[in-house]
Write a protein that binds this ligand. Structure first.
Ligand code: 5RP
Length: 240
């Protein structure tokens, strides 16, 4: 081979178009007449757009952030209170959300949009977690994306010191107050060898509201959009 031959770059990847493709593919997960759990972030906002006027007919949604609730209402989709839905014994068959990173076991880092706590609550209330991502979110090992930790403001330094003791470098997300009135520490440098064990450890510290590891309950299915098309991967034991 001519060592000076130029390798032509492929066509540029439009990440937004990939996010929309993943969002559109998730429409078939929506159960007509049931309430759908809706996450947060730009991919989810595209999912809400696709839901609006699409063929899927959910009864409404429970939402994981004020922003998603606004978008849902603007799209004419009723937003239900989670407590009321559960008290009435209604089913929540599916939760649709994005991720900042997802690994081969469908463990995730979430919280780039600071909605991690409500995302974990709504995900826990739903029967099936369908994660929608463009291929750039897929990693062999979690940890390149800074790990968000939502903390009670008065516990910020206490939690930061414990994160440093684990080898992490926490940074306060400037100017961000979560929907729950709390702060976010973004942590780099942690060794995430065992995501579920780290999630359990950090979640138990006083002052931690939620760590952005979703490993004890990861996704059941991930819908990945790439230049090659749509790929679905299921967690072991989950329906594809
Ligand atoms: C918000 C989240 C989002 O799912 C995550 O940040 C991915 O966002 P996007 O779809 O904008 O890439 O966890 O807290």
């Amino acid at each position: 081979m001519d060592r000076n031959a130029r390798v032509e770059p492929g066509p540029p990847v439009d990440q937004n178009a990939l996010k929309r493709a993943a969002a559109r593919a998730a429409l078939e997960e929506v159960v007509d007449g049931a309430i759908v759990g809706v996450g947060s972030g730009s991919t989810v906002e595209l999912f809400i757009e696709e839901l609006h006027g699409g063929a899927a007919r959910p009864a409404g949604a429970v939402s994981s952030s004020e922003r998603s609730s606004q978008r849902l209402r603007a799209a004419g989709i009723e937003v239900y209170d989670l407590n009321r839905v559960l008290a009435e014994g209604r089913r929540l068959p599916v939760y649709i959300d994005g991720a900042d990173e997802i690994d081969g076991a469908l463990h995730m880092i979430k919280g780039g949009g600071a909605a991690l706590t409500r995302e974990k609550i709504v995900a826990a209330a739903c029967e099936r977690f369908v994660c929608i991502v463009d291929a750039s979110k897929c990693v062999a090992r979690l940890g390149r994306f800074p790990l968000p930790v939502e903390v009670i403001p008065m516990a910020r330094e206490l939690v930061a010191a414990r994160l440093r003791a684990l080898g992490g470098r926490p940074l306060l997300r400037d100017g961000v107050v979560t929907d729950n009135g709390n702060h976010i520490l973004d942590v780099v440098g942690l060794d995430i060898d065992d995501p579920a064990a780290l999630e359990s450890e950090i979640d138990h510290w006083p002052g931690v509201v939620t760590v952005g590891l979703f490993a004890r309950k990861g996704a059941d299915v991930v819908i990945i959009a790439s230049a090659q098309g749509i790929e679905r991967r299921a967690a072991s034991g989950a329906r594809a």
